[in-house]
Design a protein around this ligand. Structure first.
Ligand code: NAD
Ligand code: UD1
Length: 306
């Protein structure tokens, strides 16, 4: 029974990870400032520390006795990163350094951390493999790329094993649907359930790689297992390799719910990326994992139908 620290563990992805670790018989300690996370997301038995991940002294305290750290705390809204450049930098990159520095002080605790497909920007070749040159277009993407560089330094200069997960479009239960910057699936699912119209930005032909949160959790846990067996610094894509257009997403929602959606077409979102499709081959090679949840299954779970 090992103890794991999860930063951002009261949020969407972190709370699913906390559930899975506790179900496996591990102990969980969560550090979260509850800026977007919620206390009620935490499973029974999880220890909770409320505070800022960029507070180095607090992170040192939080990591004490941990066999590993999953670092997910971040301001996940790209729009906010553009509005509050310096404030989000503190959470999204200084926070990462604080975690890795505390991991060093605690005796080289392995760190699995959240990166993002946002580090790639808008590449012209699909699917996107890890060999694609990073070219972030936002402060959020720049801080995630910076976090990866610190992940490499943590290992090379300080012997702290690190594993970065470049999440593509993650969806599932507990993803906050209320912000205009929420993921399209959580927005569509909420509006569909309450009978409100769904607005498609542009033609609906834009493509995403939607990965279900339970598959993401398996990659995070697999990454920790890898670091414990073979300490190193690595980064992987966390994606399905399956392309879904928004029109296909709408069709899947209608199939799963057995009724038609009230869809409207609005203007294209400024700066919207047309194509985002990841290559999962490296994750499969390193971890022996695939994101197996089919969109229909994942949507049904997101809508609370299963
Ligand atoms: P989320 O907002 O639900 O979770 C983030 C958590 O971090 C929240 O509980 C929030 O309260 C906490 N937090 C924020 N700033 C903090 C701070 N300064 N100190 C302590 N806690 C803080 O978002 P999520 O979707 O679960 O994202 C988890 C991670 O995955 C983030 O690092 C995010 O950037 C990354 N990510 C998510 C997606 C996606 O599709 N959801 C895609 C790429 C990357
Ligand atoms: C996602 C991430 C972002 C990351 C980016 C890079 C989320 C919320 N955002 O952005 O952090 O930087 O990947 O990989 O996970 N749409 C509609 N109607 C709506 C809402 C959205 O048509 O009501 C469209 C958008 O215009 C877009 C698509 O749906 O074309 C997906 O949007 P969104 O879920 O916001 O994700 P990304 O833009 O891919």
């Amino acid at each position: 029974m090992a103890l794991y620290l999860i930063t951002g563990g009261a949020g969407f992805i972190g709370s699913h990870l906390a559930d899975a670790l506790i179900a496996r018989g591990d102990r969980v300690r969560v550090l979260d400032d509850l800026s977007t996370g919620k206390r009620e997301n935490l499973p029974r038995g999880a220890e909770f520390i409320e505070g800022d991940v960029a507070d180095a002294a607090l992170v040192r305290l939080a990591i004490q006795g941990a066999a590993g750290c999953f670092h997910l705390a971040a301001i996940a809204s790209v729009a906010r990163s553009n509005e509050d450049w310096l404030g989000t930098h503190r959470a999204n990159q200084t926070g990462t350094v604080a975690v890795m520095d505390a991991a060093r002080a605690e005796g080289r605790v392995p760190v699995v951390y959240a990166s993002s497909a946002a580090i790639y920007g808008n590449p012209d070749r699909m699917p996107i493999s890890e060999a694609t040159a990073p070219s972030p277009l936002t402060a959020y993407g720049a801080d995630k790329l910076g976090s990866e560089l610190h992940g490499q330094v943590a290992w090379l200069a300080h012997g702290v094993p690190t594993f970065g997960c470049r999440f593509f479009n993650v969806y599932g239960p507990r993803q906050d649907p209320h912000s205009p910057y929420s993921g399209v699936i959580s927005i569509f699912a909420r509006r569909f359930a309450s009978g409100e119209p769904l607005t498609v930005n542009g033609t609906g032909e834009q493509v995403r790689d939607f990965v279900y949160v339970a598959d993401v959790v398996r990659h995070l846990m697999g990454g920790m297992g890898l670091l414990q067996r073979a300490p190193q610094a690595a980064v992987i894509n966390v994606c399905t390799g399956r392309a879904t257009s928004l029109l296909e997403l709408l069709a899947a929602l209608e199939r799963v719910c057995g009724r038609k959606a009230d869809r409207r077409f609005g203007p294209e979102r400024p700066g919207d990326i047309r194509l985002s499709l990841g290559d999962p081959a490296k994750a499969t090679a390193l971890l022996g994992l695939h994101a197996t949840t089919r969109l229909d299954q994942g949507l049904a779970a997101t809508l609370g139908l299963v």
